[in-house]
Design a protein around this ligand. Structure first.
Ligand code: G1P
Length: 301
């Protein structure tokens, strides 16, 4: 790999995980939503694995006071490991070691819930001079199959600036998202971004391309985050910092991801993800498929 390309890739991934998880109450009274298992693996490990797969060496988890268990999940568990080793439970041992072995996990604390932009800004103190760009992965969003961050890194290597992941979604469903104003490039799945707006009404949305929880951001984002004012929902929005960079001439592109996506942020989306992953599981998949088919067939009888 050349030095120039090295400079365009990222080694630090930031995962904002400071929310209250209100859509998952009452479970989230006691368990942070990022630790709820998709089959047997917490959503945050799936996202950490994606970051490590794309080359990240370090994960900065931005969390809030009282949610330390999210970070502790990535610490080794020597007593448990010793116990499993003694009993010869090598499969379980491998699973228990997998999370801590992915990358170096650090914590940043967001004291007040002031928005996604504010959460990302809290990770700046964890960065070093080498971090010319950072990846941000929202743990509510599973983008499948993994690999979009690598495509985004290639787009940054070509155009510089920042690169975000987008989904093309029906206009009437666009309001919960950050939405891009774009023009085409010579690649149908890469677009140049001219503006970005957070949670527009469908009639105000500049396109049907919505931000999908994966960002490869030039370090300039941290300066922009210091200059934004509260936006949609009265919160400091990451979208507004990206929009500010665009206004100032910073190149921003999107990679349109044509694959699947799960929203782990609400019980309905979470269940879909769990069923999707379980159906692919060698042990749980076949009996689940049989049971589901029977269950659906018997519905209404
Ligand atoms: C956040 C972002 C939004 C993005 C969305 C993707 O919104 O602010 O731009 O489209 O994630 O899931 P939230 O879901 O936190 O309201």
């Amino acid at each position: 790999m050349t030095g120039a390309l090295d400079n365009q890739t990222f080694r630090t991934a930031i995962v904002p995980a400071a929310g209250l998880g209100t859509r998952f109450l009452p479970a989230t009274k006691a368990v942070p939503k990022e630790l709820l298992p998709v089959v047997d693996t917490p959503g945050i490990e799936i996202v950490a694995n994606e970051a490590a797969h794309a080359g990240a060496k370090r994960l900065v988890i931005v969390t809030s006071p009282g949610k330390e268990s999210v970070v502790n999940y990535f610490r080794p568990a020597p007593e448990l490991e010793e116990n499993l080793e003694r009993k010869g439970k090598t499969d379980l041992l491998e699973k228990v070691r997998r999370g801590p072995g992915l990358l170096d996990v650090e914590v940043a604390i967001q004291e007040q819930a002031l928005g996604l932009g504010h959460a990302v800004a809290q990770a700046e103190a964890n960065l070093t001079e080498e971090d010319t760009a950072v990846a941000v992965l929202l743990p509510d969003d599973l983008v499948l199959p993994i690999g979009v961050l690598e495509r985004m890194a290639a787009v940054r290597a070509r155009y510089g600036g920042s690169v975000l992941c987008a989904f093309d979604i029906p206009k009437e469903q666009i309001s919960p998202y950050g939405v891009f104003d774009v023009t085409d490039t010579d690649d149908a799945d890469v677009k140049r971004v001219h503006g970005m707006v957070e949670k527009p009404k469908p009639e105000d949305a500049p396109s049907t391309y919505a931000a999908a929880g994966r960002y490869l951001l030039d370090r300039a984002i941290f300066d922009a985050l210091r200059r934004i004012k509260p936006g949609a929902g009265g919160e400091l929005q990451l979208t507004d910092a990206v929009a500010l960079l665009i206004e100032e001439g910073h190149p921003v592109h999107i990679v349109v991801h044509r694959g699947g996506r799960h929203d782990l942020g609400n019980p309905g989306g979470f269940l879909r993800a769990a069923v999707d992953f379980a159906l692919d599981h060698p042990d749980y998949g076949p009996p689940l498929r049989t049971w589901l088919a029977e269950r659906i067939e018997n519905e209404g009888r």
